[in-house]
Design a protein around this ligand. Structure first.
Ligand SMILES: Nc1ncnc2c1ncn2[C@@H]1O[C@H](COP(=O)(O)OP(=O)(O)OP(=O)(O)O)[C@@H](O)[C@H]1O
Ligand SMILES: [Mg+2]
Length: 370
């Protein structure tokens, strides 16, 4: 029986086919990564299985999820060094995986759910972004412009001009992620996000094995980078608050979210002008800085990314993460503007700075925490 003082195992109910992926994934990475012990798999009903794992918090193996650790460090309640150490441990694990099981493979040999399935014609990206009812709303005039009509607009984001072209971004990702495309892949957990990684005394403890198996290292890095930049501190808590509460035990209020200082859409001049800030607390800033430092050094090398162009090489995977996680019709007009700005920046990564730029909170206003 589960009680507050002696909680039982962590139980995950899944449709049988997903339970198959989860168990297969766990078996593939268990010898290589720190993971909870898999205790038992039982049939709940005709279509549902339950997998019981060691509860890593009850067993004392782990103290905090990555997302909670970042939020505590953002508030000055955990050392930023602990965040840096956990990101380093994640990067070290990916490099170890590359050494042990890394090889160049076709994308078709990799777990398809997060990338291949979403980019295929008629898949999630097409369904979401070819929807004619998807509009951007001008903040001043209230005028709604279909997203598709913005193709070819000049987007000036924080004084840098980009071309706005969602269909081209989707097409480019589709060409880059064709099934025969060759990537450095390894046996990894497959979804390295803030609610899937916990801090243990031994480094990173990996949870959630639905996508574990052979994955591209570029996809793994893009996933974590976009989570740190946008999903973790902003989009998931804002637009999927139930997921945020369910997956992060502390689920603290966000330290800061991106803010638009000026947005102007001119259909006459086919221009979007946007000024925004991307404030990040010290915990998140440390995580981002550390991951980017590893991306441009040993992690990028292990992932087979070209020296000096590591971020550009992530582009198709970043496009999938930017567009393919939160349904755009759920976003506020401001959030859709910001996402379009990030997408435009991601298509022009010859100068990576605008895409990864975050404003340290200490340089901006002081925030009062509730
Ligand atoms: N072994 C475990 N011990 C303690 N807590 C766990 C364990 N595994 C997962 N959790 C917690 O439960 C949350 C949800 O579990 P998990 O990530 O496996 O499923 P999920 O998030 O529902 O799947 P998906 O990420 O595909 O939506 C995790 O974010 C983590 O907070
Ligand atoms: Mg999860």
């Amino acid at each position: 029986m589960n009680t507050a003082t002696a909680p039982g195992p962590f139980r995950k109910s899944l449709p049988t086919s997903k339970a198959d992926s989860e168990e297969r994934g766990w078996r593939q990475i268990a010898g290589q990564f720190v993971v909870p012990t898999l205790l038992q798999r039982t049939r709940l009903d005709a279509d549902t299985d339950v997998i019981a794992y060691e509860n890593v918090f009850a067993s004392g193996r782990c103290r905090l999820m990555l997302g909670d650790l970042i939020a505590l460090a953002d508030r000055g309640q955990a050392p930023t060094a602990d965040v840096g150490d956990l990101i380093d441990a994640v990067c070290d694990d990916l490099i170890t995986a590359a050494t042990a099981t890394g090889r160049t493979t076709a994308l078709s040999a990799c777990v398809p759910a997060l990338y291949t399935d979403r980019i295929r014609p008629g898949g999630r990206l097409d369904t979401w972004y070819q929807d004619p009812s998807l509009t951007l709303t001008d903040r001043h005039t209230g005028q709604r412009t279909p997203l598709g009509a913005l193709t070819g607009y000049t987007a000036t984001v924080n004084d840098t001009a980009f071309l706005l072209d969602v269909p081209a971004a989707i097409n480019a990702a589709r060409s880059a992620l064709h099934s025969d495309g060759q990537w450095t892949s390894a046996i990894t957990q497959g979804d390295p996000t803030e609610p899937n990684i916990a801090a243990s005394a031994a480094g990173a403890c990996w949870l959630d094995f639905e996508h574990a198996g052979r994955n591209t290292l570029a996809g793994e890095i893009a996933n974590l980078l976009w989570y740190l930049l946008a999903l973790g501190g902003w989009l998931v808590p804002t637009h999927q608050p139930d997921v945020y509460r369910r997956t992060l035990p502390l689920h603290l209020p966000q330290a800061a979210t991106p803010t638009i200082e000026h947005a102007e859409l001119s259909t006459r001049h086919r221009r979007l002008d946007l000024h925004h800030k991307w404030p990040t607390g010290p915990g998140r800033h440390t995580a981002l800085t550390r991951l980017l430092a590893r991306l441009t050094t040993d992690l990028g090398t292990a992932a087979g990314l070209p020296t000096g162009r590591q971020l550009q090489a992530l582009r198709p995977f970043l496009t999938l993460r930017i567009l393919g996680v939160i349904p755009p019709h759920l976003l506020t007009p401001n959030d859709l503007f910001l996402l379009m700005a990030k997408l435009a920046q991601a298509q022009h990564l010859t100068d990576p700075t605008p895409f990864t730029h975050a404003d340290p909170l200490s340089d901006l206003l002081t925030v009062e925490y509730p």
